[in-house]
Design a protein around this ligand. Structure first.
Ligand code: ZN
Length: 176
């Protein structure tokens, strides 16, 4: 396994809409190796999610690993060709960060719950539901697959801060 370079804000790969993956490609060893490298790169950063365009591959694939609730372990998800639906009208506000926009946090608005239809890394169709912070991660990472960064999800563009000022003046929250 190896760490990959993460594209930063301004790199055109972050603005591109990605192509659906052919499920047959998931059987290729180099794709499985790429998924392992994404997981390692996300954990090393460290981050709770990483989308393929952030490591310069325009394919519809992301990995995520939200922190578990107290006493629970983190749950790793490999998500391929996600289709999102939003089961309720409820929205949440949270402060997000992004490995492609290092050192910056911004307050975003997201759907409070999301249902995801996708393939897992073995190419099996799965359906998973998320609420709250993990639901926001899913929306953040799926946005990356459409060339959208969290900056576009901020109701107030001035609700933005460097990490240090965020810690001093805003509050300690979650990092997407
Ligand atoms: Zn991001």
């Amino acid at each position: 396994m190896s760490l990959m370079k993460i594209a930063r804000l301004g790199h055109p790969v972050l603005r591109r809409r990605t192509d659906r993956m052919d499920p047959a490609d998931l059987a290729r060893p180099e794709i499985q190796r790429f998924i392992d490298d994404m997981i390692e790169t996300m954990r090393d950063a460290p981050g709770v999610g990483l989308a393929a365009p952030q490591v310069h591959e325009s394919i519809r694939l992301f990995v995520m690993e939200p922190p578990g609730d107290e006493g629970e372990s983190r749950e790793l998800q490999v998500v391929v060709n996600p289709v999102l639906t939003f089961p309720s009208d409820e929205k949440i506000r949270l402060w997000e960060g992004c490995l492609s926009i290092p050192g910056i946090r911004g307050e975003t608005e997201r759907w409070a719950a999301v249902d995801v239809e996708c393939l897992d890394r073995a190419g099996r169709p799965v359906r998973v539901s998320f609420e709250g912070y993990p639901a926001a991660i899913v929306q953040h990472e799926t946005d990356h697959l459409d060339g959208i960064l969290f900056l576009a999800r901020m109701p107030d563009p001035l609700e933005i801060a460097f990490e240090e000022e965020f810690a001093r003046f805003v509050r300690e929250e979650d990092d997407v």
